[in-house]
Ligand binder design. Structure first.
Ligand SMILES: Cc1cc2nc3c(=O)[nH]c(=O)nc-3n(C[C@H](O)[C@H](O)[C@H](O)COP(=O)(O)OP(=O)(O)OC[C@H]3O[C@@H](n4cnc5c(N)ncnc54)[C@H](O)[C@@H]3O)c2cc1C
Ligand SMILES: *[C@@H]1O[C@H](CO)[C@@H](O)[C@H](O)[C@H]1NC(C)=O
Ligand SMILES: *[C@@H]1O[C@H](CO)[C@@H](O)[C@H](O)[C@H]1NC(C)=O
Ligand SMILES: *[C@@H]1O[C@H](CO)[C@@H](O)[C@H](O)[C@H]1NC(C)=O
Ligand SMILES: *[C@@H]1O[C@H](CO)[C@@H](O)[C@H](O)[C@H]1NC(C)=O
Ligand SMILES: *[C@@H]1O[C@H](CO)[C@@H](O)[C@H](O)[C@H]1NC(C)=O
Ligand SMILES: *[C@@H]1O[C@H](CO)[C@@H](O)[C@H](O)[C@H]1NC(C)=O
Ligand SMILES: *[C@@H]1O[C@H](CO)[C@@H](O)[C@H](O)[C@H]1NC(C)=O
Ligand SMILES: *[C@@H]1O[C@H](CO)[C@@H](O)[C@H](O)[C@H]1NC(C)=O
Ligand SMILES: *[C@@H]1O[C@H](CO)[C@@H](O)[C@H](O)[C@H]1NC(C)=O
Length: 570
C-alpha cells in the first residue's frame, strides 16, 4: 500500500509537457503550464513580502549555506520551531513523497542514512501572507494559473493537508493580529446582539499566543492543548471542530466562534456568522480546513476566568490484568466525571497508563475524594507502580505552563493517527470489561475526555460538524510511528498493525464517527466517518462557494472527484 496513488507524472526540475488537458489537471511545478518567472515576478510586485522558497527543515545538515545544522538537531522535536518554517510539517512523513514504485523522496535529519536531501512533498514556492490583499492576490494567482493551492498554517495536519508536492503555498503563519473587544456585535446583527470580551484572532495566531493574550485580559478562551501550544487557533483546528480539555464544560472550538472572515475562490472577502452567509458559517464549523477558502480571522467568545482542580495518575505495569482492571475503573467513572466538569486525557497500553483530568467546578478536596478509590486501586494491585497527585490551580494559564509548555516526543517523527468517538450509551451501558480489553489490544490508545457535557447540549444541526459528536462521551485514538529512513515495505508492516488498531476502536461503536483532524489516509469510509449525515449539505455549500474546487484537501469535501495527489480529476 502506498501513500499516494500512481497518477503523478511530473518530475521535479524537469519541464515535461503534461499530456492531459489542462482543465482536468492542475498545473504543478515542472509542468509546461507552471507560471513563468515573469508571472511570479508580477505576483511578487503586488504582495507585501518576498516570495517564499520553502525547504525541508533538515536541509542545513546537507548544505551549510541553508542554515545551522546544530540548531536543526537541537530544535527538531519542537513544535513551535517547526511551525515557524514554511517547509516543515510537525510530523516528518508529510515532508516526504512516496512514488508509486515505493521510492520515498525525503530530506532526513539522519545524514548517515545514505539518502540525498530532496524536496519531497514540500511546495517549491509560495507566499508569506501578511495582509488581506496578500491573500486575495494569492488566491487569484492560483485560480488564474490553475495551480494546486496548499494553505498552510502550522503544519500540524495529520492527513498531510498542509503540504503537497509541486503545489503553490499560501502560508498564513505571520497573520498574527490579536484584537480584544469589550463589546462586539456580529456584522449584520441588530445592535441588541452584543457579546462582551471577545477576541478576533488573525489566521496565523497559535494557541500559546492566544492563551498569553487571554491571560493579559484575564479571560478564559477555549483552545487546543498541544505541547508548546503550537496548534493554530484559527485554522484547521477550528474548521475540524477543535477539541480541548475544556470542551466538556465550555463546548468545542466551533461552539465558541462568533464570526469568521474568509477569502473565497472568487477572491472576495466574506464575513460569515449567524446573521449573514449562514451557510458558509455552518460549513466552516466542522466541514474541515482548506476546503471553503482562506480564513483570514476568527472572532471567539471568552469566559470568565476560573480556578481549576486537577487529578494526575501515572502507572507502570508488569501485569496486564491489573492494567485492565484499572482501565475498567476509569471507564466506570467516566460518566460521573464528565458530569462534574472534568476534561482531559487518558492514554496507555498494557504496560502504562496516564491520566490528566481537570475541572473548574470542584474543589481540590472533592477531587481528592473522587479519585482516591482509583488511586488506591493503582497503589494496591499486583504489578503496578504508580504516582498520583491532586492539585488546585489558580487559572488555566498556570496549568498550561506547568503541563503543556514542553517539547513533544512525537513532533519531528513520522506519525499516523486515527480516532473514534464513543457515544454516551456505549460508555454508560456497555461492558467496561470488554471496552478495556479491546482498547488494550491496540499498540497504544487514547481515551480522552474532550467531548460530552456542554458539547452534547449544542443542537447538532447548528453547525456543520458531524452530528455524532453531540451524543459522544469519549474520544478514542490510536497512533503509530516508525523510524526515519524506513523503506516502504517496513512502513507498510507498521501500517498493517495500525489498521488493525483502527478496526479495534471502530468496532467499539460501529456507525459512530472519527475526528477528521486526527485521522488517517486509511479511513474505511471517510465521508461517513468525518461528516456523517451532514455530508450532502456540505457538498452543496462547497459547490456554491468553490465550483472549480480551487480548495482541495485529502479526504475533504469535494476531493473524491480527484486523484490521490489532488492534481487531476478522475
Ligand atoms: C502535536 C499535535 C497536537 C494536537 N492537539 C490537538 C488538540 O488539542 N485538539 C484538537 O482538536 N486537535 C489537535 N491536533 C490536531 C489539529 O487540530 C490538526 O492537526 C489541525 O489540522 C491543525 O490545524 P492548523 O491550522 O494548526 O494546521 P495546518 O496543518 O497548517 O492546517 C490544517 C488544515 O487546515 C487548513 N487551514 C489552515 N489554516 C487555514 C486558513 N486560514 N484557511 C483555510 N484553511 C486553513 C490547511 O489547509 C489544512 O488543510 C493536534 C495535532 C498535533 C500534531
Ligand atoms: C548553531 O546553533 C547552535 C545551537 O543553537 C549554536 O550554539 C551555534 O552557535 C550556532 N552556530 C552558528 C555558526 O551560528
Ligand atoms: C521510482 O520512481 C521514481 C520516479 O519515477 C524514480 O525516480 C525512481 O528511480 C524509481 N525507483 C525505482 C527503484 O525504480
Ligand atoms: C492588523 O492590525 C493592524 C493594526 O490594527 C491593522 O492595521 C492591520 O490591517 C491588521 N492586519 C490584518 C491582516 O488584519
Ligand atoms: C491474567 O488473567 C488471566 C485470566 O484470568 C490469567 O489466566 C492470567 O494468569 C493472569 N495473569 C497474571 C499475570 O496475573
Ligand atoms: C461548571 O462551572 C461553570 C462555570 O461556573 C458553569 O458554567 C458550568 O455549567 C459548570 N459545569 C457543570 C458540568 O456543572
Ligand atoms: C481539604 O482537605 C484538607 C486535608 O484533608 C483539610 O485540611 C482542609 O480543611 C480541607 N479544606 C476544605 C475547604 O474542606
Ligand atoms: C496516591 O494515592 C494513594 C491512595 O489515595 C496514597 O496512599 C498515596 O500516598 C498517593 N501518592 C502517591 C505518590 O502514590
Ligand atoms: C513557555 O516557556 C517559555 C520558555 O521556556 C516561555 O518563554 C513561555 O512564556 C512559556 N509559554 C507559556 C504558554 O507558558
Ligand atoms: C526494506 O528494508 C529491509 C530491511 O533492511 C530489507 O530487507 C528490504 O529488502 C527492503 N525493501 C525494499 C523494497 O527496499
Amino acid at each position: 500500500m502506498f501513500i499516494l496513488a500512481p497518477l503523478l507524472t511530473i518530475a521535479l526540475g524537469l519541464a515535461s509537457v503534461s499530456s492531459r488537458p489542462t482543465n482536468n489537471c492542475r498545473c504543478t511545478f515542472g509542468s509546461a503550464c507552471w507560471p513563468s518567472d515573469s508571472d511570479f515576478q508580477a505576483l511578487a510586485s503586488k504582495i507585501s513580502q518576498p516570495l517564499l522558497h520553502p525547504i525541508p527543515p533538515a536541509t542545513p545538515c546537507y548544505d551549510s549555506a541553508a542554515g545551522n545544522c546544530t540548531q536543526v538537531q537541537t530544535e527538531w522535536h519542537d513544535g513551535v520551531w517547526r511551525s515557524d518554517q514554511p517547509g516543515a510539517a510537525q510530523n516528518t512523513n508529510w515532508e516526504t513523497y512516496t512514488f508509486p514504485n515505493g521510492t520515498i523522496e525525503a530530506c532526513y535529519l539522519g545524514t548517515s542514512l545514505g539518502f540525498p536531501c530532496q524536496q519531497g512533498n514540500v511546495p517549491i514556492i509560495g507566499i508569506d501572507a501578511r495582509t488581506l490583499a496578500d491573500v486575495q492576490e494569492a488566491v487569484n494567482f492560483a485560480g488564474n494559473h490553475n495551480l494546486r493551492l496548499v494553505i498552510k498554517n502550522t503544519g500540524h495536519d495529520y492527513l498531510g493537508r498542509s503540504s503537497g508536492r509541486g503545489s503553490f503555498l499560501l502560508w498564513t503563519h505571520h497573520m498574527k493580529n490579536i484584537t480584544f473587544l469589550d463589546s462586539f456585535s456580529p456584522t449584520g446583527a441588530t445592535d441588541s446582539v452584543t457579546y462582551n470580551n471577545v477576541f478576533t484572532l488573525g489566521a496565523g495566531v497559535q494557541w500559546f499566543e492566544a492563551y498569553e493574550a487571554a491571560k493579559e485580559r484575564n479571560v478564559l478562551i477555549v483552545g487546543g492543548f498541544s505541547l508548546r501550544g503550537s496548534v493554530g487557533a484559527a485554522g484547521g483546528w477550528l474548521a475540524g471542530g477543535g477539541h480541548s480539555a475544556l470542551a466538556p464544560n465550555y463546548g468545542l472550538g466551533v461552539d465558541n466562534v462568533l464570526e469568521m472572515e474568509i477569502v473565497t475562490a472568487d477572491g472576495n472577502l466574506v464575513v460569515a456568522n449567524s446573521y449573514q452567509n449562514q451557510d458558509l458559517f455552518w460549513a466552516l464549523r466542522g466541514g474541515g480546513g482548506g476546503t471553503w477558502g482562506v480564513v483570514t480571522s476568527v472572532t471567539y467568545k471568552t469566559h470568565p476566568p476560573t480556578p481549576f482542580s486537577g487529578a494526575f495518575l501515572t502507572v507502570d505495569s508488569t501485569n496486564p490484568n491489573s492494567t485492565q482492571t484499572l482501565l475498567e475503573e476509569i471507564i466506570r467513572l467516566t460518566s460521573s466525571l464528565v458530569d462534574q466538569g472534568y476534561g482531559g486525557y487518558v492514554s496507555g497500553s498494557t504496560d502504562h497508563l496516564q491520566l490528566i483530568l481537570l475541572s473548574p467546578n470542584v474543589t481540590v478536596n472533592q477531587t481528592q475524594a473522587t479519585f482516591s478509590p482509583l488511586f488506591e486501586s493503582a497503589a494496591s494491585q499486583p504489578g503496578l507502580s504508580s504516582q498520583n497527585e491532586t492539585d488546585a490551580f489558580p487559572d488555566l494559564w498556570t496549568i498550561y505552563n506547568l503541563i503543556w509548555n514542553n517539547t513533544d516526543g512525537n513532533v519531528g517523527n513520522p506519525v499516523e493517527i486515527s480516532s473514534w468517538l464513543l457515544p454516551k450509551d456505549v460508555v454508560e451501558t456497555g461492558d467496561p470489561k470488554n471496552l478495556a480489553e479491546e482498547l488494550l489490544k491496540t499498540a497504544s490508545f487514547e481515551y480522552n475526555f474532550v467531548t460530552g457535557g456542554q458539547v452534547s447540549r449544542v443542537d447538532s444541526e447548528s453547525t456543520g460538524l458531524n452530528p455524532v459528536w453531540r451524543n459522544s462521551l469519549v474520544y478514542t485514538a490510536v497512533v503509530s510511528t516508525w523510524q526515519e529512513g524506513a523503506n516502504e515495505t517496513q512502513i507498510d508492516a507498521v501500517r498493517q498493525r495500525f489498521i488493525q488498531d483502527m478496526k479495534i476502536i471502530e468496532g467499539l461503536a460501529p456507525g459512530s464517527g472519527a475526528y477528521l483532524n486526527e485521522a488517517s489516509r486509511y479511513e474505511f469510509d471517510w465521508k461517513k466517518s468525518f461528516f456523517g449525515s451532514h455530508y450532502d449539505q456540505l457538498l452543496n455549500i462547497k459547490q456554491k462557494y468553490d465550483p472549480n474546487s480551487l480548495f482541495l484537501v485529502y479526504e475533504g469535501i469535494g476531493s473524491d472527484g480527484w486523484d490521490a495527489d489532488l492534481i487531476c480529476r478522475v
